[in-house]
Design a protein around this ligand. Structure first.
Ligand SMILES: Nc1ccn([C@@H]2O[C@H](COP(=O)(O)OP(=O)(O)OP(=O)(O)O)[C@@H](O)[C@H]2O)c(=O)n1
Ligand SMILES: C[C@](O)(CO)[C@H](O)COP(=O)(O)O
Length: 406
């Protein structure tokens, strides 16, 4: 039995983002905008809303570690139900509704994980409409452009009268029992896929009422949309008139020992020697962790993860870098770029540079073009030249003065 007036949310984020696809990049809901993943912004909009009692996030089976990382960038811990999605949006929504079906909800909002700008007033309008008796509430914007048909390449076939046309947004709000039943029945109906939940409501003869959408509440569909969103968040959150740009540097060195691989920039690389030292001895990530900590006066890696503490023995060094990035974010910083120089006679770094840059982007949640990895030998001079160890120098530039939710 549904409790009177309890509202849940289903956030669907199980798509592959093919239209935004860039080689080697994460699906669009995990790409960084304004210093954290698209999905972290979206989840926060609902998590921070006082009227939302339960949230199910629908993710792709391959995305658990990307999701866990996005969750670390949400402003507060929250109880979320996580469920794996289906082959299309409609199937993913049904899985989200199933996951909330025992939560005793009277209403549910269904939202795209790739609409990170759904703000409190928009969510309020949808909930208010439901509380006023609507079975389904659709935020939408009247179409402003003149619309054309072109069914055969670039030749225009005609003009579509735009009177009465609206562009549908999410979150779309529903009586829980009504939309759950409609979705279950629609999943058995083989007449093609519905691209939004109000279409399913219409199909099930549930009356749908319009509420005002928000022009800012765009769906991120292409790589260009993601770049614009990143720029917009950057501008909006910068509170200081004079940019507070800080640079930090870091240096680390580890000695060689017998072995057959080294870990550098988070990648295990075959080599005729291994490295000894703190954690997995990833000199590159250690130097970069120090560089980031330096930008917010947070000491160095040893202050946060003492080498004497046995729990860090053999640990993967991305943990340290993620922690430093989180401290930067909490201090109101947005990482502008990072740069690492590896100094070693072997292994050859060139073939691994692209993968190393991608790995840094993934760990720090910043675009790959803001991550640089270079390498040099030591011309066979000194301890590095004699292949007694590998060193790394890192620089990080961070812009401070951004709003922080923490
Ligand atoms: N099988 C799917 C497909 C889509 N979605 C979600 O539905 C929302 C809107 O879909 P869309 O923008 O079309 O996302 P993608 O399907 O990822 O994009 P594309 O069609 O370009 O692959 C997104 O938050 C997406 O993650 C989902 O949960 N499960
Ligand atoms: C649900 C939706 O966001 C409403 O505008 C939209 O229909 C989903 O977009 P898709 O690209 O067709 O999946």
């Amino acid at each position: 039995m549904a409790d009177k007036d309890t509202v849940g949310a289903v956030i669907v984020a199980a798509g592959r983002g093919e239209r935004a696809g860039e080689p080697g990049s994460a699906p669009k809901q995990y790409r960084p905008i304004g210093g954290r993943q698209v999905l972290a912004w979206t989840i926060d909009s609902f998590k921070n809303h006082p009227d939302i009692d339960a949230i199910a996030v629908v993710i792709h089976a391959d995305d658990h570690s990307l999701f866990d990382r996005a969750l670390q960038n949400c402003s507060q811990p929250a109880v979320l139900t996580i469920v794996e999605g289906g082959a299309n949006r409609q199937e993913s929504v049904l899985k989200g509704l199933e996951a909330l079906s025992d939560a005793g909800l009277s209403h549910v909002l269904i939202h795209d994980g790739v609409r990170p700008f759904a703000n409190g007033p928009l969510i309020d309008r949808v909930i208010a409409r439901l509380r006023n008796g609507s079975m389904a509430a659709l935020p939408a914007i009247a179409v402003a452009d003149t619309l054309k048909n072109a069914f055969h390449g670039d030749r225009v076939d005609g003009t579509v009268p735009r009177r009465g046309l609206f562009a549908a947004q999410t979150p779309q709000g529903f009586e829980f029992a009504a939309i759950f039943d409609a979705h279950q029945r629609a999943s058995l109906n083989s007449d093609g896929e519905f691209t939004d939940d109000c279409s399913i409501a219409e199909w099930a003869k549930i009356p749908v009422d319009l509420v005002g959408g928000d022009p800012e509440n765009v769906k991120l569909t292409t790589a260009g949309d993601i770049a614009l969103a990143d720029e917009k968040l950057g501008r909006k959150n910068l509170t200081n008139a004079i940019p507070d740009v800080r640079t930090g540097n870091g240096y680390d060195v580890h000695a060689h020992i017998a072995g057959n691989s080294v870990t550098l920039c988070g990648l295990e690389i075959a080599n005729d020697q291994a490295l000894s030292g703190h954690s997995d001895a990833d000199v590159a990530l250690h130097a970069l962790t120090d560089a980031l900590l330096a930008t917010c006066g947070q000491g160095d890696i040893g202050d946060h993860f003492p080498p004497t503490d046995p729990q860090w023995e053999g640990a993967a060094s991305h943990i340290f870098l993620e922690h430093a990035a989180e401290l930067v974010r909490k201090a109101g910083g947005v990482i502008s770029n990072v740069d690492i120089t590896l100094i070693c006679e072997a292994p050859k770094i060139g073939p691994h540079k692209a993968a190393m840059r991608s790995k840094l982007g993934e760990i720090l949640s910043i675009p790959v073009e803001r991550c640089s990895v270079k390498a040099t030998t030591n011309e066979r001079i000194g301890f590095i030249g004699r292949r007694e160890g590998i060193a790394a120098i890192a620089t990080a530039t961070v812009v401070y003065g951004y709003d922080t939710d923490d």
